[in-house]
Design a protein around this ligand. Structure first.
Ligand code: DP6
Length: 353
């Protein structure tokens, strides 16, 4: 997997040594697409995700001298204003008095158009918690990560994770550990097209303008029940059928927004058709699509070679990333080898990751 590395200016001399943490991206099998009122990205419905091994973000956090501002960077460029707001909120919640030097980065290429905000905020929350005098439970940390990006709370756990509306300790829970079901997840990367509308904006527009939004909300309970049942019984056909249906309904709802949201490119549809063709040939493979052109495909590990080759052969697919159920965030004593070694200085920029 392509690595991205960067050098952080040392903030030497000021307090405890720097802390690193890593967390993995997640793919939603039942989508979060709509918010409930309230602070910190409360969801309108319950979602279920799978944490993805190897699609990793890392955060580095170090205390600065007192009376300095926090210094935050996101490399390659991400939405730093949001990041700075989150760091301020998290410092208050965690009782971190000293200002901080913060950098987040990811090992999956930004050009892949994969949302890195979930893993980035999960890694950052984990690193910040390591600086807290009295680190909170993972449930409280998941609730905190949600203030950075809603889907980040699911990346605070490994395996299959459920996130339901509410602020109680059970709002985000692990349904099954990564070892429960060794699925293969392939990501067909396409996407040379125009930049997608960020999830946050697309979600808001859908909620405010799509006449199909209420129908989308009404389908949540059935999809949720089907996915939970399929995860429990490791039934790929049932899981895949429900996940595809849920993804298509999310996109149908978004298409109904005004102006419409079309996240797909020609390659997206070609991959969907290829997945259906594989199924006709007897290979159980199922897709899901988030707010971008990439298609994620679930299959049995024994079929992943064949499925990967088929996806790589679809016109417009530049490459295929391979993943599987991944674990929870971890604090590291030193930086992961792909990050923070040497590179262009951390770029500071806008635009959603
Ligand atoms: C399509 O978590 O990125 O990937 O809470 O506004 O930061 P904010 O949105 P975000 O939305 C993710 C949307 C999705 C579906 C999902 O992950 O459930």
């Amino acid at each position: 997997m392509a690595g991205f590395v960067c050098r952080v200016p040392s903030a030497a001399g000021r307090g405890r040594p720097a802390v690193w943490a890593v967390a993995q991206a997640n793919v939603a099998l039942v989508k979060y697409w709509g918010k409930a009122p309230g602070p910190g990205h409360q969801p309108a419905t319950t979602s279920v995700s799978l944490t993805l091994d190897g699609l990793t973000s890392a955060a580095r956090v170090e205390e600065r001298r007192a009376n300095r501002p926090d210094r935050v960077a996101w490399a390659p460029p991400g939405p730093v204003a949001d990041l700075a707001r989150f760091v301020g909120h998290a410092r208050t919640q965690l009782g971190i008095a000293r200002p901080l030097d913060v950098l987040v980065t990811s090992n999956f290429p930004v050009a892949a158009g994969l949302a890195s905000s979930a893993s980035a905020y999960a890694a950052l929350t984990t690193a910040l918690a390591a600086l807290a005098v009295d680190p909170p439970s993972v449930d409280r940390l998941a609730a905190l990560a949600r203030h950075g990006s809603g889907s980040a709370c699911r990346s605070m756990f490994g395996g299959f994770v459920q996130w339901r509306p509410g602020d109680d300790a059970r709002a985000v829970t692990q349904l099954a550990a990564p070892e429960h079901w060794p699925l293969a997840v392939l990501v067909a990367v396409s996407g040379s097209g125009p930049k997608r509308v960020p999830s946050r904006d697309g979600m808001r527009r859908t909620q405010e303008t799509s006449p199909f939004f209420d129908a989308w909300l009404a389908t949540n309970a059935a999809d949720l029940a089907a996915v939970r049942e399929a995860v429990g019984s490791r039934d790929l056909r049932a899981l895949g059928t429900a996940a595809e249906r849920n993804a298509l309904r999310m996109h149908a709802t978004a298409l109904g927004a005004d102006p419409p949201l079309l996240y797909w490119e020609a390659a997206t549809i070609a991959v969907v058709r290829e997945v259906w063709r594989l199924r006709e040939d007897g290979v159980p493979a199922y897709f899901t699509i988030d707010a971008g052109p990439q298609v994620k495909v679930l299959c049995n590990p024994g079929d992943s070679q064949r499925v990967g080759q088929a996806l790589a052969g679809v016109p417009g697919v530049s490459h295929v990333l391979r993943s599987r159920p991944g674990g929870a965030p971890r604090v590291l004593r030193e930086p992961p080898e792909w990050a923070f070694a040497s590179c262009p200085p951390p770029a500071v920029g806008r635009g959603r990751a």
